[in-house]
Design a binder for this molecule. Sequence first.
Ligand code: DAH
Length: 358
Amino acid sequence: MNELNILVAAAKTDFGQAATPADLENAKALFLGKSGRITEMMKGLSALSVEEKKSRGAAINQAKQAIESALNLRREALADTELQAQLQAEALDVTLPGRQRGAGGLHPVSLTLERIEAIFSSMGFEVAQGPEIETDWFNFTALNTPEDHPARSMHDTFYVEGGSATAPNLLRTHTSPMQVRHAVQHVKKHRAATGADTAGEGLFSGAMPEIRVIAPGRTYRVDSDATHSPMFHQCEGLWIGENVSFKDLKFVFTDFCRTFFESDDLVLRFRPSFFPFTEPSAEIDIQFQGGPLAGKWLEVAGSGQVHPNVVRNMGLDSEKYIGFAFGMGPDRLTMLRYGVNDLRLFFDGDIRFLSQFQ
Ligand code: DAH
C-alpha cells in the first residue's frame, strides 16, 4: 500500500471514530485543513519536475477526493444519528390520554348561599356582608345580650385581640350583628335623605323605606363534631317597617323553604323558643312530605319579632318601627338538600366528595 492509500485509510478510520459532528470537523482538519496532510503534500509539489507534478498531483487529488467523500459519508451518518435521537426524545405518544384542565366548580355550601340570595333577592331583599371579626357591642350587647347575660355562654366564643379589656373583639358567633350594623347605616342614609329628623341623635321616627336584608357569611364557635364545625355558615334575615308582623315572617320563610327545596307541600312549624334579641321568638322546623326524610321535623332556623331594645339600638323609634328577624344555617340546608350526613365533609376539601356537586 502506498503512502496515499495509507493516508486515505487513516482518514476513514479517524472519521469513523468521530462520535459527534464536532469531533468529525476536528478529524477533518488533520487531513484537509490548512496545515493538514493533503495540503502539505500539495505544497511539496512545487519541488517536482513538470512530469512528476502531473502524476503526483493527480494521485494526491484522487486521495483528496476519496477523503472528502469519506468525510461526507460520515457527516451524513452522524446527522442521521442525531436526527434519530431527536425524534426519539421528542416522540409523541398519541395513545396517551390528553391532559385535561380540571373544570372547577362551586362548593356545595356556596351553591346554597347563591340559591338563598337568589330567592330572597326575588322577594325584594338586599344582600349585605359584614365583618367576621366583630365587636362585643354588635355581637352581643346591641342584640339585647348584656355582659353576664346567660345567653352569652351558649356561644363558646373565640375572642381575639382588640376592643377593650371588658369587651374584647371576637370572631362573630352568629350573623345577627348584621341586623344592627345594617339598620344603623340604613337609618343614617334616610335621615340624611329626608332632612326631616336631622338631629341624628334621637331615635328616628320619620318615614323611610323598609329595611329588607339578608346577611350570609361565616360564623365561629368552639364546637366540633359530626354536626358542628368551629367555622360554619349562617344567613341572617331582617325585615323592619311600620307594619311588619309575624304573619309576614311566616309567609316569607314558608315561601323561601318551599322554593329552596322545590317542594310545594313542605310543612313549617314555628315552635316557641327564646332569643334575647327577639320577643316573641320561635324556632322554625320543616317537615318533608316525601323522600327519605318524610315526616321528620327538622330544625332550620331561629326567628322572632325584633325586640324593642334592638330596634332602638338600630336608631329607630320602637313605637313606630317593628319587624322580624331570622337566622338559618346554610350548612344544614345543604346537608338536607343533598342528603349529606356529616358536616365535616364540607370542610375537609376532599375533591372526590366536592366534585359530586358540579
Ligand atoms: N343568632 C341566633 C343563633 O345563632 C339565630 C337567630 C335566632 C337569629 C333568632 C335571629 C333570630 O335573627 O331572630 O343561634
